[in-house]
Ligand binder design. Structure first.
Ligand code: NI
Ligand code: MN
Length: 225
C-alpha cells in the first residue's frame, strides 16, 4: 500500500514500492508547513502548476536529490532552465515511470511562476502506483468533466481544494467528490492564507451527508491507501 504524507497546503510526499515522489512542495514561506526542503528525499517531483504555493521549493529539492521534475510542458522546461532534470507532459497524456503511471487532467485555473514566466496549462494529476489511484486536483474550480474522470478511473484517494477564492469552495468540492467517486477525499488548499481560511470539518460534515468518506489530515500525518 502506498503511503501519503501531508506536507501542508497542496503538498504531499507519496511513497510506493518502486519510488518516492513529492507533489507541489511549498515549504519555505508556508506558515503552516513543518517539514524543511532538506527533509525531502525523493526521486521525482510532480507539479500541478507554476504558482509559488505549488512550485515552492521544487528547484532546491530537485537539485539536492538529482530528482526529475514532472510537470506541464512549459513549467517542466522552466525548471530545467534552473538546472533540474525534467519530464514535460501535457493534459490528457499519460506516461509510465519506474514508480507508476502519471496522467495530467484539466484544471480551471492559471499558471505562471513567481518571477512572472508563463507556465503553460494548470493541471490535476492521476498517479497510479502499486495498483492504487491517487488523484490530486491541483488548483481548480468545479468542472463537469470531473464526472468523466470519475467514470474512467477507480480513484482511491482524491485530494481536493476546498479553500474558495482561488479554487473550489466547500460546496463545490462536495459536488466534485460526487463526480469523482473516490474511496476517500482529503481536503487541501485551506487555512494557509487569510482568504482561504475555511473549516475542513464543515467540508467533512457536508461530504459525509452525501455518503462521501473524508479524512482531514494533520500536517505531517501519514496514511496508507
Ligand atoms: Ni494556483
Ligand atoms: Mn494555489
Amino acid at each position: 500500500m502506498p503511503k501519503l504524507t501531508f506536507l501542508g497546503h497542496s503538498g504531499f510526499l507519496v511513497e510506493g514500492s518502486k519510488g518516492r515522489l513529492v507533489i507541489d512542495p511549498f515549504l519555505t514561506g508556508n506558515p503552516l508547513a513543518t517539514a524543511k526542503p532538506d527533509d525531502i528525499e525523493v526521486d521525482y517531483i510532480i507539479l500541478t502548476h507554476g504558482h509559488g504555493d505549488h512550485l515552492g521549493d521544487t528547484v532546491e529539492i530537485a537539485l539536492k536529490n538529482d530528482a526529475t521534475v514532472i510537470a506541464p510542458n512549459e513549467l517542466a522546461h522552466y525548471c530545467n532552465g534552473k538546472g533540474t532534470k525534467f519530464h514535460p507532459m501535457s493534459i490528457g497524456g499519460a506516461y509510465t515511470f519506474p514508480f507508476g503511471r502519471v496522467k495530467f487532467t484539466i484544471a480551471h485555473h492559471s499558471s505562471s511562476t513567481p518571477d512572472g514566466v508563463y507556465a503553460g496549462q494548470p493541471a490535476g494529476v492521476l498517479i497510479n502506483m502499486d495498483q492504487k489511484v491517487l488523484h490530486h486536483a491541483g488548483d481548480t474550480g468545479l468542472f463537469m468533466d470531473m464526472k468523466l474522470i470519475g467514470e474512467m478511473n477507480q480513484i482511491d484517494v482524491s485530494l481536493l481544494p476546498i479553500g474558495d477564492n482561488f479554487t473550489m469552495g466547500i460546496n463545490d468540492a462536495v459536488k466534485a467528490a460526487q463526480f469523482l467517486k473516490p474511496e476517500l477525499v482529503v481536503p487541501i488548499h485551506y487555512k494557509t492564507f487569510d482568504v482561504i481560511d475555511v473549516e475542513p470539518a464543515e467540508f467533512a460534515e457536508k461530504a459525509h451527508a452525501q455518503g462521501i468518506q473524508v479524512k482531514v489530515m494533520d500536517i505531517g500525518e501519514t496514511i496508507s491507501y
